[in-house]
Ligand binder design. Sequence first.
Ligand code: SAM
Length: 286
Amino acid sequence: MTEEYRSDFRREGPRRVGQVKEVTSLANPIVKDIKALSDKKTREETGTFMAEGLKLVIDALELGWKIRTLVYAKAAKGKPLVEQVATKTVANGGLVLEVSEKVLSSITRRDNPQMVVGIFESRWTRLSDIRPENGQTFVALDRVRDPGNLGTIIRTADAAGASGVILVGECTDPFSLETVRATMGSIFATPLIRASVEEFLSWQKHAGAEIVATHLAGSVDYRTVDYSKKPVVILMGNEQSGLPENLAKSATRLVRIPQQGLADSLNLAVATAVMLFEARRHLLKI
Ligand code: SAM
């Protein structure tokens, strides 16, 4: 929180909550604070992130996500759905900002911004709370670096009915604007878990799940595994270096997706999609 906002908050603080505030200046301290959410450190310190689009905001509210601030373009004023989310935001003690398109473009860093943006409290599920059950599939990602890949994987995990995405080691932030955009709303429907390698290794020993690691040197064709006998954790390697030995060794299966052509590997998100839908096929017995 900027010093400016802090003093502004001290001055106006409680009166601001639950009110609709018109903002046209890029220098407005609240706008500055929202823009600062492009920085990971600020997202972590405030425990919040930004999601764009009316549909996403509606879905998030329906799923019980806590909204701190709703921002909408002046042009969206009076639209019934926008009014509804604004009312909900106020009822939940949040702040509603009606802003100029210039402010919205600056917040979202886009020339043609969405009409509605929500600032939500981030949510993590603890690894110790994950007790895989039969029929469940999780994805574990080792040091995923690319925000687009992570967003696409979260979206795919949601679409394939997976029960969560576990981020192992130093991963890109799922709550960055780029990742949230790529999830197309699935960020709100997919439990996210983070763990160090050590935490993941000790958890998986007692998880009672089949740990199916994907590796270019895997000796098993991924189609020969039965994904329906036990809960499954599909373990995927880093984009550049693949899975390190300690993670690969800990898996109960090391599988490969057979390829042809020149490329030596598939894109991480594509390989994850192939695995997830294969597991789903087994679970649905099709
Ligand atoms: N140079 C890396 C390597 O040597 O592993 C390539 C990593 S690949 C871009 C990212 C991850 O996607 C891999 O670690 C693996 O988990 C998965 N992957 C990609 N293609 C695969 C394939 N054909 N079989 C199994 N896993 C694959």
